[in-house]
Ligand binder design. Structure first.
Ligand SMILES: CC(C)(COP(=O)(O)OP(=O)(O)OC[C@H]1O[C@@H](n2cnc3c(N)ncnc32)[C@H](O)[C@@H]1OP(=O)(O)O)[C@@H](O)C(=O)NCCC(=O)NCCS
Length: 197
C-alpha cells in the first residue's frame, strides 16, 4: 500500500530521506558536482521546497517524489553559500549558476488550474512497484487543477515516457537538441494531460 503525503506534512525530519530519492533519481546528471550520493544529499537537502514535493511512502518510508506547482513558486530554491560549503568553491559556484539556469527560472507552464509536475523520481530499490504511478495519480485527483504538464523529458528516458503515457499524458511538444553525440539525447519532449470534464 502506497500512501502519498506532502513533504511539508512529513516535516523537516524527512528532508534528508526525500533528498536521497532526488539524488537517486537525478544523481547521474549531477556527477560533476559529486559522485558520492551522501555528499550530494547533504549539499542539496536545503534546496527542496518541501511543501511542493509529494512523497510516496512504502511502509512509512519515503520511496518516490513528484513536485507539483502552479508556477507561482519553484520547487527548488538554492543557497549558493550552502552549495559551496558542501561542494567546495569551484563546484559549488558552478552548481549555483547551473541550478539558477535549470531550476529557478520562471516556468513556461503552470497557472490557474494548470499544474507543472517536476522531479519525478523513485528510489532505486522501490522502482517497478507502482510508486511513481501512485504519486502522480494522487496529483491528478487534486480538484484545483484541470491540466498537468511535464516538460523536458529526455527522448531516451523510456521508463519515464512509458509511465506518463500509461497515466494518460500525450506529447504536445518536441524540441530537438544538438548534443546527441555526447548525451545520447536527441530531443526533449513535453507531455500534457487535460482532465475529462
Ligand atoms: C521513471 C521512474 C520515476 C518510474 O518510477 P516507478 O515508481 O518505477 O514507476 P511505476 O512502478 O509507477 O511504473 C509505471 C509504469 O511506468 C513504466 N515503466 C517504469 N519503469 C520502467 C522501465 N524500467 N522500463 C520501461 N517502462 C517502465 C511502465 O509502463 C510501468 O507500468 P507497468 O509496471 O505496468 O509496466 C523511475 O524509473 C525513476 O526514478 N527514474 C529516474 C529519474 C527519472 O528519470 N525521472 C523522470 C524524469 S522526466
Amino acid at each position: 500500500m502506497i500512501e502519498v503525503r506532502r513533504g511539508s506534512e512529513l516535516g523537516e525530519s524527512h528532508r534528508h530521506a526525500i533528498t536521497r530519492i532526488f539524488v537517486e533519481g537525478f544523481g547521474p546528471d549531477l556527477v560533476f558536482f559529486s559522485k558520492d550520493p551522501g555528499k550530494l544529499t547533504e549539499a542539496l537537502a536545503h534546496m527542496l521546497v518541501l511543501d511542493l514535493f509529494h512523497v510516496g511512502l512504502v511502509a512509512g518510508e519515503p520511496a518516490g517524489i513528484v513536485a507539483c506547482t502552479d508556477g507561482r513558486q519553484r520547487a527548488v530554491r538554492h543557497d549558493a553559500r550552502e552549495l559551496r560549503r558542501h561542494l567546495g568553491l569551484v563546484r559549488g559556484t558552478v552548481a549555483h549558476f547551473a541550478f539558477t539556469r535549470m531550476f529557478e527560472r520562471p516556468l513556461s507552464y503552470g497557472g490557474e488550474r494548470m499544474a507543472s509536475l517536476e522531479f519525478v523520481a523513485t528510489g532505486s530499490r522501490f522502482r517497478g512497484q507502482g510508486v511513481a504511478s501512485a504519486v502522480i495519480e494522487h496529483l491528478l485527483a487534486l480538484p484545483q487543477y484541470d491540466e498537468y504538464v511535464l516538460d523536458t523529458i529526455a527522448d531516451i528516458n523510456t521508463p519515464a515516457l512509458r509511465l506518463y503515457e500509461k497515466l494518460g499524458f500525450t506529447e504536445f511538444k518536441r524540441t530537438k537538441v544538438h548534443h546527441k553525440m555526447i548525451t545520447g539525447i536527441g530531443a526533449y519532449v513535453g507531455m500534457r494531460l487535460v482532465k475529462a470534464p
